[in-house]
Design a protein around this ligand. Sequence first.
Ligand SMILES: *[C@@H]1O[C@H](CO)[C@@H](O)[C@H](O)[C@H]1NC(C)=O
Ligand SMILES: *[C@@H]1O[C@H](CO)[C@@H](O)[C@H](O)[C@H]1NC(C)=O
Ligand SMILES: *[C@@H]1O[C@H](CO)[C@@H](O)[C@H](O)[C@H]1NC(C)=O
Ligand SMILES: *[C@@H]1O[C@H](CO)[C@@H](O)[C@H](O)[C@H]1NC(C)=O
Ligand SMILES: *[C@@H]1O[C@H](CO)[C@@H](O)[C@H](O)[C@H]1NC(C)=O
Ligand SMILES: [Zn+2]
Length: 732
Amino acid sequence: MPLTGIQIVLLADLLLLTYSCLPYSGQWNRKNDREKSPLSDGVSSENLRTHLRQLTREPHVAGTEEELDTARYVRDKFLEYHLDSVKVVPYDVLLSYPDREKPNKVYVLDEAGDIVFSTLGHQKPLYAPEESSHRVFPTFNAYSAPGQPIGDLVYVGYGRREDFEFLVAEGISVKGSIVLARYGKSFRANIVKFAMEYGAIGVIFYSDPMEYASQGEGLVYPNGKYLPDMGVQSGTVKWTDGDPTTPHRPSVPGTYRIPESEAELPRIPAQPIGYREAKKLLENLAGAEAPSRWQGALNVTYRLGPGFVRPGIGGTGSLRDFGEPPRCMDLRGRGSVERHGIAARSRTAVRRGRGSLEPDRYVILGNHRDAWIFGAVDPSSGTASLLEAARLYGEAAKAGNPPRRTLLFCSWGAEEYGLIGSTEWVEEYANALADRTVINLNVDISVSGNKTLRAIGSPLSFQSLYSTTKKVGNPNPEEVKDGRPTVFDTWLHNSPSENTDFPTVETLGCTSDYAPFVHFLGIPSIDITYNGEIEDYPLYHSLYETFHLVDYLLDQSFNYTKAVTQVWMELADHYANSALLPFDVRDYSKFLRQQSQGFWKTFGNLLEKHNVSLDSWSSAIDNLTSAAEFFHGEHRESLDLDEPYQVRRFNDELMAVERVFINTMLPSGNRHMIYRPSSSNSYAGQVFGNLVDLMVASDPDWNEVKVGVSIIAQMIQSAANTLMGSINVRGF
Ligand SMILES: *[C@@H]1O[C@H](CO)[C@@H](O)[C@H](O)[C@H]1NC(C)=O
Ligand SMILES: *[C@@H]1O[C@H](CO)[C@@H](O)[C@H](O)[C@H]1NC(C)=O
Ligand SMILES: *[C@@H]1O[C@H](CO)[C@@H](O)[C@H](O)[C@H]1NC(C)=O
Ligand SMILES: *[C@@H]1O[C@H](CO)[C@@H](O)[C@H](O)[C@H]1NC(C)=O
Ligand SMILES: *[C@@H]1O[C@H](CO)[C@@H](O)[C@H](O)[C@H]1NC(C)=O
Ligand SMILES: [Zn+2]
């Protein structure tokens, strides 16, 4: 079905700011063991609150007029804060919206084709006045294919590959069926992709109270942070990143666009519904009982289907609402999209030379600006932090204290649709970014809970995460009373790592805009957030992510948002101002050793059987381990910190480390050979993902596996060579 009509300005834009224009103020000799940055003490909870209030007054879905308003707000603040160059960079991209007049719904039809049950198609306003805004879209999954498939319903649990395989083993085919999948264990686009692979013709998503309302009705929004029964998680179902019509190319004027029919997009409809509605479907499903791991917290016996119960056939629930024999799903179109650029682009210039010492080295602070609805948590809590950090850095620069390296403040557009703004920008400036970027410090969400910090990051950055979190006070007074005075202490307490005395830093997957930087270019990246229990963020992407949620339920004092802002600023300060970059390769070699041993343990017998030698891989890790010891020991001690070229060379070698893991022979976005987004759940990072995918194929190509193993061994050795003075290591 072709996309039709409404004119909407699309803006997958970002705000880019650099400052490097003030006189040099003698930071050359600043050493690495730095004090807490005086700047982060200036973070104001009141400012954070004010920004969040302003940013969440209207929905700000990518490409809408309201999102453009948030861009203007951020731009004006950046200008007010004396940042020296601010650009709104437009990209022309394919987005996807529902039809406001004809909401997508799921229908149950009787034999005559009459509708006997229908979902509502929108979420009910419950508390905050803005929930009733006419600018709220009906519920939808972005890039759902248009269409009105009709078929029997099958319940597929969490919709992972193993769940579909389980049904195959039970003799239940989803071919020609509509599947009901619950959110909570996998990225929804992966679920749609699996559903397509197994022949389903439509996907209905819902959030089970087991994961999303575990504390009972009393604590659902607006009384608590849990999901009400008509709450719905929106979200994209596209599994590639960036604009689908310009894969691997920037969406700038003149770039060739493939026709939408050739774009890699879902070919079946998908639609999210509330659990009150899902209960109607589940209590009438026929078939065998679902396994206990698929039973949820609704008061029904979850069955597999296919189809609904008929009189006299087993099952639970009343047929009254359904007529007989009910069938399911009528989804209306993908909605209307029109593509426009906005205003001509001005030149992007990094001003050089007039001040800070290394203007051609970038430290990025990134956050996306677009939300599914009000986005008070995701992403506007992070946007508030970005603005407050920008204010403090801007004021410091104006007062004569510019950073040593250039800070880029990036406010990404259209992240929710599939990291579009960041991906297009990375595609446009790939070479410069790859050469010059020290690190990408991302905060998608500042606060989704008040329990502990959560960090995702490159092993190179572990030490900087430990040291900066030790400098920021624990925002939870009860925790402080229990003897955990810093953010580090509570982080260590709540998520200790298995093999070290340090907290867990998760592997970089694909949860936010750092992904194109690390997986395509090999730029070390970090993402931090404050959360409750891991995954305990029930109102994620729902109508109820309002200012009230943060201001009243999650962070009344804004002390948690403040703590994240402070950690973010400490990190930025560490990377932008330390003479020697605070990367530590010893953690990378430890990480590689642990992860490799895990891989060898899992696949060792199989590899041996097929004569895949692991000797080089193992030897390369030994070599990297000693190279890293040498580099951070003897070599570091021999440096003359007053010699700019020595310092720069040391830093350049550190910057090269993560880059060696990029396999430039691969055309796709995921070229990092040490980790990548899991191909079954792209939220999660999968270590040696490209190799693991080869190994778990039904009939592995062993020569390909040998190539993969050689590439990894070679890359690790290259990292070692880099630290040992590069090319002069082998030969006679
Ligand atoms: C669960 O459903 C059964 C059968 O409809 C009903 O008797 C029971 O009261 C329900 N339990 C709860 C806790 O609602
Ligand atoms: C943390 O949040 C919970 C609600 O999720 C609330 O009950 C508790 O009081 C909060 N604790 C602190 C110290 O803010
Ligand atoms: C927030 O932080 C301030 C300053 O540290 C403190 O006085 C206040 O009690 C904190 N509020 C809460 C709710 O923890
Ligand atoms: C592995 O190597 C041995 C000895 O070279 C050879 O006999 C065997 O056929 C090889 N196996 C495979 C699967 O290539
Ligand atoms: C590791 O270093 C040793 C000694 O320089 C060398 O012989 C060996 O080939 C290196 N390993 C790899 C995988 O290059
Ligand atoms: Zn987000």
